[in-house]
Design a protein around this ligand. Sequence first.
Ligand SMILES: Nc1ncnc2c1ncn2[C@@H]1O[C@H](COP(=O)(O)OP(=O)(O)OP(=O)(O)O)[C@@H](O)[C@H]1O
Ligand SMILES: [Mg+2]
Length: 460
Amino acid sequence: MQVVGRERELGRLGAALERAAAGRLSRVVVTGATGMGISTLLSELERRLVGEPGVIVARGAAVEPRSGHPYAALSAALEGPISSLPDSRLPEVLGPAADEIALLLPDMAARIRLACPMDVPMQSAPDQRRGRLVEGVLGVLGRLASGGAALLALDDLHWADPGTRAFVEFMLGLDVALPVCLVVSYHHDELDRRHPFGPVAAALAEHPSVERIELEPFRPDELLRFIEVASGERPTAGLFAAIVERSGGNPLVADQLLAARRLVPGARLSDTFDELIESRLGLLGNAAARWVRVLAAVRRPIESQSLVGMRLPDGTLTERGLPEAVECGLATQDAGRVRIAQERYAETIESLLDPIGRQAIHAAIAGRLPGPPAEQTWHWERALRLDRARDGHVAAGVAAEALDPGGTALEHYLRALELDTLERRVEHATDWRALVADRHWAAVGAAVLAGVLLWRVLRE
Ligand SMILES: Nc1ncnc2c1ncn2[C@@H]1O[C@H](COP(=O)(O)OP(=O)(O)OP(=O)(O)O)[C@@H](O)[C@H]1O
Ligand SMILES: [Mg+2]
């Protein structure tokens, strides 16, 4: 879809990139409320940079199910530019960081190890590992830029894992000549007082080296343009006023109102966001609705083939329903990967499910995902399979130690302990319920006995 407005913000991002091209590490944070258009802004920047000589783009997003996987957002960003390198360039670009990059990109590890033979396996003390990795990543970005600039864009960092959070904090204090422009983003309405990203957000807000861009709601003229682009016609004054009032200039809310109006017979603009999503979901056939519910639970782009055949309580996921799920706009498909169109939709769709149905979907996903143990574990927790989640956290902690022996591994081990305690309590509670049940029968027996005695006394 055509991007509306945001020229000033794109100009500031372009200027930061120019500073990087001149050899000065630049840092920008983009914030805004959910749906204000941060990802759209980054996509537009990326689109404008295509074919720009000397600029490479490494862009990744943090996603909630991988918030326990070390450096998940950073790995996602590096995957594109590194996997597109021919084998012959890998030794030159990865250089001494080949070992670290192989750990960050396990799907490419075999290729990297073949192209960049390492005589002695790298050994470093746990406390040095993070430093080596950060240095390695920056070295790779510098070599990738080779005379130009590298844009490292990390989106949705409110879901960042501890490693990615530490990476961003480390970048703030860095004072080196590097042709890198770091752009990070998060939604401030996702952060409560105790959110783990809070301290990083505070550092980003205060650090003198960081340029801040706050995405504001659309102005009325921008909203009007947005409606024209989205609906292909000029709105009536009444419709425009209603969308201004309901959306407050938030493009996601405005988009949702227009989609519901277009697709749902009898939709009212006064309906809540969740009611409109529920109405859109209600229009779908079973096969398509099943896809939308599963993608809402998956919460990240995924190869559709890896989900086909998944068994759910209400049937099997078949390829048949996918086109309808995409057609209705609740899911999107790009290069074989599918995802729920907006995270905000995912939250609503999941909240519409009954707990048993929601748990069954997460259990089915956890049993099928080939990904890292941290992600499977995230789904086992949502499936309320405490035993599997506890074991998963231990496995995820062990896996995390290879990359980030600090925060990530520790978080998994602590959670495993918490779940272990919780599981014992649940077992205990079950015994307690059995006891109550026994007492219940004892109480009934006692009451009957007392009744018989009373009847006898009264009769005499
Ligand atoms: N400048 C824009 N021009 C046109 N459409 C936009 C613009 N900004 C946002 N949108 C539309 O609004 C919706 C939300 O945008 P986007 O996904 O970029 O928001 P976000 O801030 O990244 O929030 P989230 O991460 O929760 O999705 C999308 O449908 C997008 O197409
Ligand atoms: Mg986004």
